[in-house]
Design a protein around this ligand. Structure first.
Ligand code: GH3
Ligand code: MG
Ligand code: MG
Length: 319
């Protein structure tokens, strides 16, 4: 918790500095309302704000209003208004403007400390709530075994990237990577060793991509990698690197060591044009199928136009 005190009286500032030092709490001072506002909005750390009512540049009531209307819910500020105004209507005005509590000058140290403790309890509760919210968000969007994005999340990311590239005119590349003969890894080394292999492979894939690329577990032993701003050529280059990254060192599990390879199917909007998510995934999936057919541990992309014509001609002959 950080403490921000907006107080223009040097006497009260000195007094509060002394109290807070005694209580082992660090505090920063603002000499007017504008300075206080800058301090309050600059950080997302839970903050206890002690605000004078009458302040140069912006009064405490306006500060309370801004805290409640302009700052997001993630940035809870517990605001205590400190003033010599002591009518019941003043108290109501302060609370309606967004103050959490109210302290009348002159005050004694125990009164201030009691208010600060109540504020700290609320801020601690708020932090716990935000942490829980964040844990739930991670659990809902990430795969429990590997810790990388889950299927829904990686598809969401791809959707966003496709929409962004449509606006910016760039291209999006994707890779569909599937571990080769994974069933035989499970069968020979056991399901737990299989799980370790999944973790190691997802770790190697994640480590091998750029920070702004995204790796997700699409299902079982299949991974979807989203590469913003990658045409087919660059996507292929990156896929070859991933192939190396996965296979270059054998994977050690509690039940033995084994070299693991993946097959990768790639697609990019630089070839497909602006297509929907399902269509792009479908193209990468078909390419993956060919990578498996052509011997595994390899990358395949869309069929070149000439080859497509041959395939079509063959289908025509067979009709
Ligand atoms: P291919 O080279 O053609 O991809 O063959 P494969 O054996 O990798 O593919 P197949 O689809 O036959 O088998 C995939 C296996 O992955 C079957 C399934 O039991 C296993 N699997 C899926 N999810 C998990 C998991 O979370 N942990 C473990 N250990 N195995 C899993
Ligand atoms: Mg598979
Ligand atoms: Mg497989």
């Amino acid at each position: 918790m950080r403490v921000v005190i907006a107080e223009d009286s040097p006497i009260y500032r000195a007094l509060m500095k002394k109290y807070f030092e005694q209580w082992g709490l660090l505090c920063v001072f603002a000499l007017d309302g504008a300075q206080a506002w800058d301090l309050l909005r600059e950080s997302e750390i839970p903050t206890l704000a002690l605000l004078g009512w009458v302040l140069p540049k912006m009064d405490g009531i306006e500060l309370c209003r801004r805290i409640r209307t302009s700052l997001g819910a993630r940035q809870y500020i517990y605001a205590i208004l400190i003033t010599a105004k002591d009518s019941k209507q003043d108290l109501l005005d302060a609370m309606e403007a967004g103050a959490d509590d109210y302290l009348i000058k002159p005050f004694y140290a125990p009164e201030l400390k009691a208010r600060v403790l109540a504020g700290k309890r609320i801020l601690d509760l708020q932090s716990t709530l935000l942490q829980t919210q964040e844990s739930l968000r991670i659990a809902a969007t990430h795969d429990a075994l590997t810790g990388i994005k889950n299927r829904m999340e990686i598809i969401g990311v791809l959707k966003q990237e496709l929409a962004r590239s449509r606006r910016s005119g760039g291209s999006v590349g994707i890779m569909f990577a599937d571990i080769d003969h994974f069933k035989s890894i499970n069968d020979s080394m056991g399901h737990l060793a299989g799980d370790s292999v999944l973790k190691v492979v997802s770790g190697r894939l994640t480590a091998a991509v750029r920070v702004y690329d995204h790796v997700g577990r699409y299902g079982g032993e299949e991974f979807l990698v989203v590469l913003p701003d990658c045409d087919l050529k660059r996507t292929e280059g990156r896929a070859q690197e991933l192939l190396q990254a996965v296979s270059k060192k054998a994977v050690t599990t509690s039940n033995g060591t084994r070299t693991v390879t993946v097959s990768i199917g790639i697609a990019s909007t630089s070839v497909s044009g602006f297509v929907e998510v399902e269509e792009l995934i479908n193209r990468a999936d078909q390419a993956l199928y060919r990578a498996k057919e052509n011997g595994r541990n390899r990358v395949e992309g869309p069929l070149p136009a000439a080859a497509l014509e041959v395939v079509h001609a063959r289908f025509k002959d067979e009709e």
